[in-house]
Design a protein around this ligand. Structure first.
Ligand code: NAD
Length: 697
């Protein structure tokens, strides 16, 4: 039977159990069942002395079958299989290649010997789905590597390379060129000797203070996320309770977490990140091949984008305006890799190889062979028009011309030159070589092939493309602008920056909005306000009087030593100047300030985000609520364990969001009306996930 998920191959006295369940050998029900049966068959076979568990294809077992997670799982469940492996009376060796993740790692931990291919890795990434290892991982790993290392590996969910695994004692050996042959030899050498069953080993003695310090650090870092905290508590039990008792606690905690809102949200985040790349209206569209890339401008963004492309192996040609600017740009590109060399992430040779892929030149004609050109020059419409006119003249037929503009109208950019069908937006986030999100902006005149090329290329960079239509700020910056206005108005009405930042950090955002503003510089938002001044609705309340006064005082954030906060030795502190300024502005406007409890701040910000998201859906800027969730989670520090604002709104219920939005409208007024789509869905008891709705009968 060729397509059996587990096959037994006999190599003399060793039975090699080969798991073959493409694409990643997930521990589906069929795999669990067959693996259990194969262990029993081999154990009973008198001609067999030892067993090897290995996998076909590109990887060892790389986790559970995510599709089975929402269903009731049938026997044998993974903990039974894992226990059966450990209980086997003959030695079992895991032969690991690719990645042994989650349940795959737990299977390896149940074996009596472990062997890894040099380029492989292991990990227990369950926390990333809001879970903990549920098949003994929290109890076996500390017995092997100690409590502190186990806490780190499990609560971070990170991957452990073969070299690190060997030094930690997580594996016995690194294989040579023939993993299976080496595993068979190892298994044979273990036959007849007492078996090393991890559940029977003591946890290595650890310094209590370092364990407590590690757990305290994990709690602090979790910022509201439960899985790492629960994991830490359960891991600690390894040293406190008999194995079986602690194992039962692990299982109970795992089952609690799998039913939790946080895990549902993280599973949504996981699925949504994959779903965004399947864009309904681009189905079947063939992208252009992209082999070489041009970039205009080697500033902050251009340099980061060049690094992102070179990291992915593309040759890159960057155009700058002068010899000096080119030299400075080259320096910026090199410095991004230099930092990685310093931190040990890449070697000097790798850095040199990458740098050799990037040329910074001054002549646009050098881009005539590029398949894709990304413009990252100044944020100025006249500059963009001039650049795109040149690109239209020199780019080869079929080349895609992309702008990295944050706010300018890409429809207008596209209409201003001879190649509108080839023109799209590729909105990278800073730092562009690190941030995973790319908004692929689709102007009206763009060909589907050009947009599909943007998606394909972003994927090649290891990034997450979200396709959207043109609007001010696209998805992310538009939603950001909507709730940034609310928090600034809350300042006038009674809150202080430190209260708002604390409330939103407690909500799970990576950094509060005023701290972010100080980091980015208050001049960025000021420039936007100036640009939009002419089109602002005079009847709508102006949110930025306080910010304007800070800019007038020369307080542009960290770079000027002061902004919303004072900065001393890089540490932020509440500044009485700001407190007083806020009270003054409120008094001038005749506002009677009132307290905003943290919970109110959180609800209002969430409502504003969701309301703007509803408008974005209403206008067809993106087709699905999950597109918005992915933008906020991958580009704006929105906590993944809440699943994105739209997912969270559905969980809470849109009636509650609508009521909060009415409160927001109550104190802000015009411009903050609840979105018609939000009202319509709430009235029908529906959520954003129900879109598109069947027409009303
Ligand atoms: P920057 O000022 O750091 O860099 C712009 C670079 O473009 C400069 O080096 C300049 O010499 C060069 N340049 C200007 N005109 C040129 C021309 N005609 N030909 C070739 N090079 C030219 O700006 P930045 O922050 O990198 O922003 C670039 C673009 O990216 C803007 O449109 C901006 O809105 C957008 N963006 C910025 C960020 C961010 O966080 N900085 C994030 C996303 C998008």
């Amino acid at each position: 039977m060729l397509d059996a998920p587990v096959r037994i191959e006999i190599h003399g006295s060793v039975a090699l159990l080969l798991v073959d369940n493409p694409p990643v050998n997930a521990t589906s029900l069929a795999v669990r069942r067959e693996l259990l049966a194969a262990i029993e068959t081999a154990e009973q076979d008198a001609a067999i002395d030892a067993l090897v568990i290995a996998c076909a294809g590109k990887t060892f077992i790389a986790g559970a079958d995510v599709r089975e997670m929402d269903k009731i799982t049938a026997d044998p469940i993974l903990p039974q299989v894992v226990q059966r492996i450990e209980d086997c009376t003959k030695p079992v060796v895991a032969a690991i290649h690719g990645t042994a993740l989650g349940g795959g790692c737990e299977i390896a931990l149940a074996c009596h010997g472990r062997l890894m291919a040099p380029e492989s890795s292991m990990g227990l990434p369950e926390v990333k789905l809001g879970l903990i290892p549920g098949s003994g991982g929290t109890q076996r790993l500390p017995r092997l590597v100690g409590l502190v290392a186990a806490l780190d590996i499990i609560t971070s969910g990170r991957r452990v390379t073969a070299a690190e695994a060997l030094s930690l004692g997580l594996v016995d050996r690194i294989a040579g060129t023939d993993l299976q042959a080496d595993a068979i030899a190892l298994a044979r050498s273990l036959a007849g000797a007492p078996l090393r069953r991890l559940s029977q080993l003591p946890v290595p003695a650890a310094d209590a203070a370092s364990v407590e310090a590690a757990i305290a650090a994990i709690k602090k870092k979790a910022r509201g996320q439960s899985a790492p905290v629960v994991a830490a508590e359960i891991i600690r039990l390894a040293a406190e309770l008999p194995f079986a008792e602690a194992l039962a606690r692990e299982r109970a905690a795992f089952l609690d977490l799998i039913a939790s809102d946080q895990s549902k949200a993280l599973r949504h985040a996981f699925a949504a990140e994959r779903a965004v790349t399947r864009v309904p209206h681009l189905e079947g569209v063939v992208p252009h091949a992209v082999e070489s890339v041009g970039i205009i401008g080697a500033g902050t963004m251009g340099a980061g984008i060049a690094v992102a492309f070179a990291d992915a192996g593309f040759p890159v040609t960057v155009v700058e305006t002068s010899a000096e600017a080119a030299e400075a740009g080259r320096g910026r590109v090199a410095s991004l890799w230099d930092r990685q060399v310093k931190s040990g992430r890449i070697t000097q040779d790798e850095r040199d190889d990458k740098l050799a892929r990037v040329r910074v030149v001054q002549d646009y004609a050098e881009l005539s062979d590029a398949d894709l050109i990304v413009e990252a020059a100044f944020e100025d419409m006249a500059v963009k028009h001039a650049i795109f006119a040149k690109l239209a003249a020199i780019a080869k037929p079929g080349a895609v011309l992309a702008s990295n503009t944050s706010y300018l109208d890409i429809n207008a950019i596209a209409a201003g030159h001879a190649r509108p069908a080839d023109t799209i937006g590729l909105h990278f986030f800073s730092p562009a070589n690190v941030m995973r999100l790319v908004e692929v902006v689709e102007p009206q005149a763009a060909s589907k092939e050009a947009v599909a090329t943007g998606v394909a290329v972003a994927k090649k960079l290891g990034k997450i493309p979200v396709v959207c239509k043109v609007c001010d700020g696209f998805v992310g910056n538009r939603i950001l602008a909507s709730w940034r206005a609310i928090v600034e108005l809350m300042l006038e009405d009674g809150a202080f920056p430190e209260e708002i930042d604390a409330a939103l950090e407690a909500y799970g955002m990576a950094m509060g909005p005023f701290a972010v503003s100080d980091l980015a510089g208050l001049d960025i938002a000021l420039a936007r306000r100036k640009r939009l001044a002419a089109t602002r609705d005079p009847a709508a309340r102006y949110p930025s009087a306080i910010a304007d006064r800070l800019c007038e005082a020369g307080r542009f954030g960290q770079k000027t030593g002061a902004g919303w906060y004072a900065y001393k030795d890089g540490k932020r502190a509440v500044d009485p100047f700001v407190t007083q300024l806020i009270e003054e502005v409120a008094a001038e406007k005749g506002i009677k300030r009132r307290p905003f409890p943290a919970e109110t701040i959180q609800r209002y910000v969430r409502a504003a985000m969701v309301n703007e998201g509803a408008r974005i859906l209403e206008e067809g800027i993106v087709p699905r609520a999950l597109d918005i969730d992915v933008v906020l989670m991958t580009g704006y520090g929105f906590p993944s364990w809440r699943g994105g604002p739209m997912f969270e709104a559905d969980q809470i219920g849109l009636a509650a969001i609508l009521s909060d939005m009415r409160d927001v409208f109550g104190f802000v007024g015009k411009g903050y009306e609840p979105a018609p789509l939000l009202e319509a869905l709430a009235a029908r008891g529906k959520g954003f996930a129900d879109l598109p709705l069947e027409a009303d009968a």
